[in-house]
Design a protein around this ligand. Sequence first.
Ligand code: NAD
Length: 377
Amino acid sequence: MKKISRRTFNKKLSTGIFGAGVLASMPLACGMGRDTSEKSSLGIALVGLGSYSTYQLAPALAQTKHCHLAGIVTGTREKESLWASKYSIPTTNIYNYQNFDEIAKNKDIDIVYVVLPNSMHAEFSVRAAKAGKHVICEKPMAVSVEECDAIIQSCEKAGVKLGIGYRLHSEPYTQEVKRFVKENTFGKINYVLAEAAYKSTGNPGQWRLNKRLSGGGALMNMGVYSIQSAIYGTGENPLRVSAQEFSTRPEYFKETDETITAQLKFPSGAMGNIFTSHNANANRLYASCDSGWFALEPANNYGPLAGSSSLGPIAFEHESQQKLQMDDFASHILYGTENRAPGAMGKRDMIIVEAIYKSIAEGGSTIPLNLGNMGLV
Ligand code: NAD
């Protein structure tokens, strides 16, 4: 795809060649925000160098075409030199949580990718936006709808792009499911089952089991995948939800939810059943339709995923999902391609998460959702 340089853009703008509609759909690189018009690969700074950054994102950034690892933000001094030597990161591109805001002056860094415990997403996404950087915020977007709003508003105000780390939207099995839904391949969808769970047996002191840092348990961590699958498995946002919580190891899950099931009702009449847990293994999407069915299992891990349908197997070559995701987001900035996982998607999922917790608190009551088309991509 051809990029338009800032100089050409300004000239066309001053001579009134672009209409208002064209302006509205211009890529950010040519509109507001930081000027990336001379770049073909955008610099990413990872904030938080835990296991996801170390084992998934940094290796994926060695394969990306439209972005690369340019900087790091860490609270751990020893990681600075380790990462600097492993990935040839200059000292000038290394920050800690205190001096992070100075990143505003750094022209090597175009995108800040927030990979911290959930309760820190909002603070660092907002600070990144204020520094004029595009933002990728890991899932779950934040620990409340209010925080999601703060992130979205900061990015809008700063004129920077915002993406959520929902890597599955960039990988082919999920895209195939979305195509089935869009093209009505199997007719009306009547029922969708979405499961995302793993058995947690690790350190009981980990942040995922600490409510203040995680915002919640299985639902916040894995449940967002079930919510996502149910939505792209039907192509609709749910109208209402009711939910139940189960606890079998309260001595381990002292503060956070262990297992949750929820039922979703969709505008077309389809029904969804979602399951999430930190005490069982499950990784599945299944949809039953008027003229057949489709299924992915596994549906939401790092892959290779696998799938089948009443028409036969679904099979694609495996590529790093994180590579595809980060390249998609960089292309969105550079070339104005679709933002596959915008902020509205993260906020919508948090509205559903809050509704599920509310339903549980009210003994399984039905909570209406007023989502319209929010976050549907
Ligand atoms: P992790 O525990 O391995 O890493 C967390 C990092 O945050 C560490 O570097 C740690 O030093 C730092 N940190 C800063 N302040 C901290 C504090 N007060 N307590 C604990 N750690 C602190 O976690 P992770 O698995 O890398 O997850 C980080 C984020 O990425 C989470 O939001 C998680 O949901 C998300 N994630 C997404 C995916 C995905 O597939 N999209 C996969 C894994 C994790």
